[in-house]
Design a protein around this ligand. Sequence first.
Ligand SMILES: [Zn+2]
Ligand SMILES: [Zn+2]
Length: 110
Amino acid sequence: MDQPPPHEECTNCGLIMVNSGFCRRCVTLPQCPVCKRRLPSNAFDAVPGNCQACDRKNRKKLQKTRHAIDNIVAEVNLPTDDTDTTYERFITRNALDILEVMDEHIKMKK
Ligand SMILES: [Zn+2]
Ligand SMILES: [Zn+2]
């Protein structure tokens, strides 16, 4: 009987509101697909896209990958073409070549 009146909190900012989900302020904000936070648009480089915090994490990962790929590319000279708009595409397209090269390297070390 002593229960407080039913209310929901915005899952983003904790503001108490009537409908479930996000409050009216947060529902208009762009959502980062990675961390699921709703953030003001100045927290994004591009909308839709990851927030800057997630972007920075991504870039760090990419830099590491890039270094490894550069070593392989330097030896094999993987061809790039216009469809290589992202690293993922480049890797998918060249995955077999890269795997072969890695295989040879592993065999050579034995
Ligand atoms: Zn909110
Ligand atoms: Zn994020």
